[in-house]
Design a protein. Structure first.
Length: 235
């Protein structure tokens, strides 16, 4: 692993076995490899269904990686997500690698402010500072203060997405994965999120994102990785 990189993806492949269809094997991609340095913002591109979200979930450790290596620099040493123990992956997620998915998944009845604070608290940030970060982010993303004490499970889809973004940016990670962070946002909140991504990148966070919004992609990304070149064609 290059001494200056935070992520090194080496020759990984992915397939799915469709057990409900006679064990049919569906190959997605093969030979995928790239490195990411602090301050890089890489856009995963390619047509719908090419495997962009699958690749993100493999890097995060949600999907099995059957071959190759996914090396994340954690605590000064490279850890292979493809073979790491689940407890080590959880530790990496807490301290090194954040992931903002398209959907907010929370425990019902937990207040929005607590949902947003939780990743920062998990990193050992003091309660007062974690709360201050959460309040700034919720205000930036135009979540009314009157809602902060309520559970976000009853919020609109757009409000939930903004809470999810606030939660993702409340902790400070060396590496962040962003799955459609500006999807379905109005223009004002879209610009706010673009500014948040730029600020994180400028402070040295390495970012991988799926951006179907071409303007957002052009505003924050300095690199592009097109998965089409690695797609496995059906026989």
């Amino acid at each position: 692993m290059n001494g200056g990189s935070i992520l090194d993806v080496r020759d990984i492949a992915k397939d799915f076995t469709l057990h409900a269809q006679g064990g049919t094997r569906l190959a997605v991609f093969a030979g995928v490899g790239f490195t990411l340095a602090p301050g890089d913002c890489l856009a995963l591109s390619g047509p719908s269904g090419i495997g962009k979200s699958t690749l993100m979930r493999m890097i995060y450790g949600n999907f099995r990686c059957p071959s190759g290596e996914i090396l994340v620099r954690h605590g000064g040493e490279p850890i292979d997500i493809a073979s790491a123990h689940p407890h080590r992956i959880l530790d990496i997620r807490r301290a090194t690698m954040g992931y903002v998915s398209q959907f907010l998944r929370v425990i019902p009845r937990v207040a929005t402010i607590d949902v947003v604070m939780e990743p920062a608290l998990a990193q050992g940030i003091a309660v007062a500072e974690a709360r201050a970060r959460a309040e700034v982010l919720l205000a930036q993303l135009r979540i009314p203060e009157s809602l902060w004490g309520l559970s976000p499970v009853t919020f609109s889809g757009g409000e939930q997405q903004r809470v999810n973004l606030a939660r993702g940016f409340a902790a400070r990670y060396p590496l962040m994965l962003l799955d459609e962070p500006t999807a379905s946002l109005d223009s004002d909140n879209r610009e706010t999120v673009i500014d948040m991504i730029r600020a994180a990148r400028d402070h040295g966070t390495a970012i991988i994102g799926i951006f179907h919004d071409a303007d957002a992609r052009a505003n924050v990304c300095n690199r592009d990785f097109n998965l089409s070149a690695y797609a496995v064609k059906a026989a």
